[in-house]
Design a protein around this ligand. Sequence first.
Ligand SMILES: N[C@@H](CCC(=O)N[C@@H](CS)C(=O)NCC(=O)O)C(=O)O
Length: 205
Amino acid sequence: MLKLYYAPGTIATASVMCLRETGIDHELVEVDFTQSVQMSPEYHRINPKGRVPALDLGGEILTETGAILEYLAELVPDQGLVPGDPLKAGRMREVMFYLASTMHVNHAHKRRGHRWADKEDSLADMSAKVPQTMTDSARYMEENIIVGPYLFGDVVTVADFYFYAICNWLEGDRVDVRQFPKIGAFRQAMRERASVAATHDDNIL
Ligand SMILES: N[C@@H](CCC(=O)N[C@@H](CS)C(=O)NCC(=O)O)C(=O)O
């Protein structure tokens, strides 16, 4: 059975929602960040990067949200969670790479600044910049990407779960979400999906 290592509120929630969307039998294993379990030697044997998500395929471990989401989509090809058209699939991956390399990294500057700097002033400066960089990223998504109700129109793709997980951080990152009506409608549409609603109900999101 697939086993997903996750922590609530993190980017691993994208994989939780997507797993539920697929209907594939799986087990969720919480990695307790309050006890820094992600930094333990035991967890490093699962994911040497010390991060979540990590998906145990029954021996093989897969990491990185984009890779996990695409793997899950491949297991249920009839659900069309990755578009069949090569350009549409490319557009979806374009967004996923943006989320991984830019928007998630913007967010990480709030509490994980020690990855990049040591001085208290530098950490405070990085953290203070987060509302602006996250607002810039949200505006990019609002003005250039979201078709509505989902990212690419009426059909949900794995990128929707990725973006939804990141949207869950916006208020905490002090983004004024009222200026982004398309993001608001997107979040509402996603919340109505059983996979997303159940993840909220379980306090994983
Ligand atoms: N590129 C990775 C990033 C994973 C990542 O940074 N996860 C964070 C949670 S959002 C984490 O595990 N942080 C633990 C730590 O920094 O100690 C992915 O998208 O899967």
